[in-house]
Design a protein around this ligand. Structure first.
Ligand code: NDP
Length: 288
């Protein structure tokens, strides 16, 4: 495990703060950043899951406990990261999980849990790191959304709602912090081979027979993809590092063939619908 006394990073090394680094994308991004010679403040609900990350990079890893729904802990973790590493260059709001259920099935508590995890937690992290980034006029914020944060379909309303909320916040944020030299990258993966689809909590909503045909198939098909998803999290991590380093970084980055196809199809149909209804949309002026 990494030491408590990290030497200050070299000038061109970056310091990353990554949530949900125990597995999947979080871990892959942490590994890619460490391999690039950067310093990583890797956070997880159970910090013992980060042990393997320190192998090979003991002087570049700060493992810290963080449940992103605990806002006091967010403040403390950001303060500790700045104290130990001197700065935070890249925040990766990655922690998350799926949820399957029709909108009518998803109880209020389930909706709130999704929002706490994918919206209020990331928003609190953004607020905590921004003063440090603004004081240095540089930094990057990576928001792990989903292709389900750009468009939605039956059975993922609660999940999509939380990711849409994150994307809305992040789009505004990008405009606000660009003048301060801070970049925002919204990542929209399709199906990737992480622990996501194997998570039991996916199936918590109590099924109603009325949604057997529309949502029922997803309850079995999504978990059955566990371990067989096409997307490679290491390739996603490499793509995220490359996008951050690009001359013209994107605001949104869909990842995976399914995400690319889905986002393009969604944009086409959204445009076609807006055009088809444009005369109605435009006829609203008091004087028209
Ligand atoms: P994993 O299940 O492999 O990783 C999820 C990570 O989030 C784990 O480290 C988990 O920690 C952590 N986590 C969950 N809840 C909390 C919490 N309250 N506080 C802190 N950490 C938490 O899945 P992925 O790597 O796939 O998920 C990462 C992100 O990618 C998520 O935001 C997800 O929505 C998104 N995504 C994933 C897709 C996929 O197909 N894999 C597709 C689209 C988006 P713990 O080990 O403690 O459970």
């Amino acid at each position: 495990m990494a030491t408590d006394h990290l030497s200050a990073p070299e000038k061109d090394e970056r310091v990353w703060l990554i949530t949900g680094a125990s597995s999947g994308f979080g871990r892959a991004v942490a590994e890619a950043a460490l391999a690039a010679g950067d310093t990583v403040v890797a956070t997880a609900r159970r910090p013992e899951t980060l042990r393997g990350l320190a192998t090979g990079y003991p002087d570049h890893l700060v493992p810290l406990a963080l449940d992103v729904t605990d806002h006091q802990r967010i403040t403390d973790v950001v303060a500790e990261a700045v104290r130990r590493c001197g700065r935070i260059d890249v925040l990766v709001n990655n922690a998350g999980r799926g949820h399957i259920g029709a909108v009518e099935e998803a109880a209020d508590g389930e909706l709130r849990e999704m929002m706490e995890l994918h919206f209020f937690g990331p928003a609190a992290l953004v607020r905590a790191v921004l003063p440090h980034m603004r004081s240095r006029s540089s930094g990057a914020i990576v928001q792990m959304s989903s292709m389900g944060g750009r468009f939605s379909f039956a059975g993922v309303g609660a999940y999509s709602a939380s990711k849409f909320a994150l994307e809305g916040l992040s789009e505004a944020l990008a405009h606000e912090v660009a003048p301060h030299g801070i970049q925002v990258l919204i990542v929209e993966p399709g199906a990737f081979r992480t622990a996501f689809a194997g998570n039991d909590v996916l199936l918590r909503s109590t099924p109603l027979p009325a949604y057997q045909d529309t949502v029922g198939p997803l309850r079995t098909s999504l978990p059955s993809t566990d371990g067989r998803q096409p997307g490679d999290p290491d390739k996603a991590a490499a793509a995220i590092l490359a996008a951050l380093a690009a001359d013209k970084p994107p605001l949104r980055l869909p990842l995976g063939n399914d995400a690319a196809d889905g986002v393009l199809a969604h944009l086409d149909s959204a445009r076609a619908e807006a055009v088809a209804w444009a005369s109605v949309s435009r006829g609203m002026d008091v004087d028209s």
